[in-house]
Ligand binder design. Structure first.
Ligand code: SAH
Length: 352
């Protein structure tokens, strides 16, 4: 069975003409149903002859992504989705409202093997990669559920996008294609824990997307303690490739820094971070870490977060404390999926 939603136009055309022996324009029609109209069944493809729809049903499939649960913030319109995939695995996506339009944060893997000590997504390890069609399915299903189109996309949900890079690249190719949803690469951000070969590949492709680096500590000792990936790709090498990325693409890098009480939130660490980023045109996103039931990490106090941000500002670093959206439905990344799988219980309602 062919996974149709995962095929870029050229491959779909090859499949339609060579495997089905149909004329080329049928591939265009099919792509339009899949990626513009975004239907979920062959039955809905009314411009295709019934015999062709039946053959499609016998030889191919449209990867299913279905919303199982939707939590909606009463404060700011943020929606958190739990999506079920064809094999019963679940991933999460978050819909956020911004003044420039809605933004969707999607997952790239079921689970994760990066092992960051403060993160819920990696607790059960990596189950599998999402296919390009499933990545598209997250976008299309969120749009179906809300009746609206996204204006930007963030690859910052469950999983490490650069650990599933080929599928992510195919997904972006389809999502940004003129005959599909035609989203601009400038409206896409990809977040990584720092897999250097993947960053290089993105750099060479010059796609114009925004790169976010999950830094979380300014020295190797502290970073390796919370992010095992740092042992393989230490800070010095990471900074080198980040500087190169900016030089080659002209795109400003965004650094993520989750403040963890007593781990990475001292004034000395703020100064070390400023030294590390000296001369880089970049932005630092400070996030008070989200507590995770199975982890011991505690978020820094509000005063410590403010002190850290102020110190960075004084040292000339462009830093902001991330505005928290959907705090009434907050469930740190990866926790919804674990609860749905019965691994951890749901917490009491917020405020309790
Ligand atoms: N694997 C990629 C993208 C997914 S994680 C990455 O590491 O960037 C998305 C972001 O959320 C990363 O910056 C990650 O470090 C951060 N994150 C994970 N758990 C968190 C938590 N409990 N609180 C705050 N940020 C967290």
């Amino acid at each position: 069975m062919t996974d149709l939603l995962s095929l870029p136009m050229q491959e779909l055309t090859r499949w339609v003409t060579q495997e089905l022996g149909e004329p080329k324009y049928r591939a265009k029609q099919l792509y339009d149903w899949l990626h513009k109209k975004q239907v979920r069944t062959f039955g809905e493809m009314s411009s295709l002859p019934a015999a062709l729809r039946q053959r499609l049903g016998e030889t191919a499939f449209i990867a299913p992504v279905e919303s199982r649960l939707k939590l909606e913030s009463q404060l700011d319109g943020t929606k958190k989705f739990l999506f079920a995939l064809g094999d019963g695995n679940c991933v999460e996506a978050v819909w956020m409202e911004y003044h420039h339009g809605p933004s969707l944060c999607i997952s790239t893997q079921v689970g994760c093997r990066m092992g960051c000590k403060f993160c819920a997504s990696t607790l059960g390890g990596l189950v599998r990669n999402l296919t390009p069609g499933e990545l598209l399915g997250e976008v299309y299903e969120a749009q179906r559920q809300t009746g609206r189109k996204i204006s930007s996309l963030v690859l910052m949900g469950i999983g490490e996008p650069l650990d599933n890079l080929q599928n992510v690249l195919t997904f972006l190719d389809i999502l940004c294609s003129e005959e599909g949803q035609h989203l601009g690469y400038r409206h896409i951000s990809l977040s990584t824990c720092g897999l250097i070969p993947g960053i290089r590949e993105l750099m060479d492709k010059k796609l114009g997307l925004t790169l976010s680096i999950s830094l979380h500590a300014p020295e190797d000792g502290a970073r390796s303690a919370i992010m095992p990936v740092n042992r393989q790709y230490p800070i010095g090498e990471l900074m080198e490739v980040c500087r190169e990325y900016f030089a080659v693409t002209g795109r400003r890098i965004s650094y993520e820094y989750a403040l963890i009480d007593g781990v990475n939130d001292t004034q000395e660490q703020a100064a070390a971070l400023a030294r590390l980023l000296e001369g880089q045109i970049c932005h630092v996103n400070l996030i008070p870490v989200n507590p995770v039931a199975e982890r011991e990490t505690r978020r820094s106090s509000r005063a410590a977060v403010e002190r850290f941000a102020r110190r960075l500002g004084e040292l000339g670093v462009n830093a902001t404390v991330r505005r928290e959206l959907g705090s009434d439905i907050s469930a740190a990344c990866g926790q919804l999926r674990r609860r749905a799988a019965g691994v951890t219980p749901y917490p009491p309602p917020s405020g309790a």
